[in-house]
Design a protein around this ligand. Sequence first.
Ligand SMILES: [Zn+2]
Ligand SMILES: [Zn+2]
Length: 330
Amino acid sequence: MREGRESKFLAQAMKTTDRKITSNSLPLSPLSPFSPLPLLGVHTGISGGLSRSIKEAQAKGCRTWQIFSRNPRGWLARLLTTEEIKQFRREHEKSGLSPCIIHSSYLINLAAPPGEIRVKSIAAFHDEIERGLAIGADFLVVHPGSARNTSEEEAIVNCASAISESARGQEDRMWKSSFRVLIENTAGQGYQIGRSFEQVHDIIDLRKDLPMGMCLDTAHSFAAGYDWRDESSASQVLSSLSETVGLSNVKVIHFNDSKVAFNSRVDRHWHIGRGEIGSDGLAYVINNPKLIHLPFILETPLAHPDDDIINLATARSLALRRNQVNESTP
Ligand SMILES: [Zn+2]
Ligand SMILES: [Zn+2]
């Protein structure tokens, strides 16, 4: 299985839920919903139960957060009990965290041609949708999949039809809630589809009968040849996004720096401001008036327990650049 670095970082994040969160790792109190700062959050682990992710997100000072709702590396998933779902909904409501974002399992390949992988992927994605609706999640993020053993054009059609089959019987509930399936752009590593905004658009466009949208990953787009590093090229990237997917369809930003070079087609996330995109490029993204209302989720490395807190603080400091500019403007 080809896996991006993202999955390794998220797997590390899962392990850290077992780590005791100590008072000295809690320097941040949850921000007021009226804060001028963006909706920032991290991917949190779920070992120890779904509700534990809420505590971890709160402890890290998040205003939103992302979880897996099932083991991201296995086809079989533990059933969620009614009590677990009720507890999650209760604690989510109390927490004020919003929106609730689920990242789908990495094994799912919705773009697979007819065969065992497609059948398994549809069953697993059906379960992802069912869980998302049960826990009251807002967004379910999925990678569009791999075009191995097929053409990219066929892979796009396969992906759109697999989403339709996965949603069968759940369409009404999806439309009646805030729930949306978000296609995440990819780095284009190996046979991955979704490296271009056009491909993401094509999938969404084929599935107008379902509530769909896009999750924009900054590191993936940079590795796929979209340059955020200076204002004029970042502005061109946004124009291209606007002309293809449409900015109103972008619902979540995965806010990551990239450890690898521009256009390298490798998925390797890095600490905010310390990678190849750098502070200026990321500041441009987080302060852009067209994106500022969106949830920004960090999927940065978690080698040390405080890494998330440091990366969140750095992201906030980039967002504060906007306020400094506004304050100095007469
Ligand atoms: Zn992802
Ligand atoms: Zn991502």
